[in-house]
Design a protein around this ligand. Structure first.
Ligand code: MG
Ligand code: FE
Length: 170
């Protein structure tokens, strides 16, 4: 593989990650606005939204450093938005559970994406991008760990509220 080809794969991967992070925002933001009974979840989502905005800025910085035209980049990102919107589970009585499972899956998708990008960065010898990609990866791993540690608690809280007749509330 030539370095030119490897760099092209890397740039496509960064654009994919940028679209993925915009999708992450569109999944998390509606959740926060609906949560009433799970303040810990709301706080952690709030934190991760801020982290995600920083991740997007890191990806845009990487892209500008490899000399990619940012206008075509934005067009592409917009065309990709909505691809995983089916992950939103509004109006289900067990919305908090469905969202918890979907968020867990999405964070693992992100983890895989950054591990793949790190491999492409090495292949294309764009190792200056690695610290920023590692930083994004770490935030996804931390979020995935938090979700993992809270699946049981959220489920039991949901069960308690459900028994108390508050099943329609998120
Ligand atoms: Mg992310
Ligand atoms: Fe994430």
């Amino acid at each position: 593989m030539t370095q030119t080809n490897a760099r092209a794969l890397f740039i496509t991967g960064i654009k994919n990650a940028h679209a993925m992070e915009n999708q992450a925002l569109s999944i998390m933001k509606p959740q926060i606005s609906r949560i009433e009974n799970y303040p810990d979840v709301a706080r952690r989502l709030e934190q991760h939204i801020k982290e995600t905005e920083g991740q997007i800025a890191r990806l845009e910085d990487i892209l500008s450093r490899v000399g990619e035209d940012s206008s075509t980049f934005k067009d592409w990102a917009l065309s990709m938005s909505g691809g995983m919107a089916a992950l939103a589970h509004t109006a289900a009585s067990d919305e908090i559970l469905k969202n918890t499972l979907a968020n867990y899956a999405f964070e693992h998708f992100e983890i895989a994406a950054y591990k793949s990008l790190l491999a492409l960065a090495e292949l294309g010898e764009i190792t200056t991008a690695c610290p920023a990609l590692e930083a994004n990866l770490k935030e996804e791993e931390d979020m995935a760990e938090w979700l993992d540690a809270n699946i049981r608690g959220v489920t039991l809280h949901f069960a308690t509220l459900s028994e108390a007749g508050e099943k329609a509330k998120v």
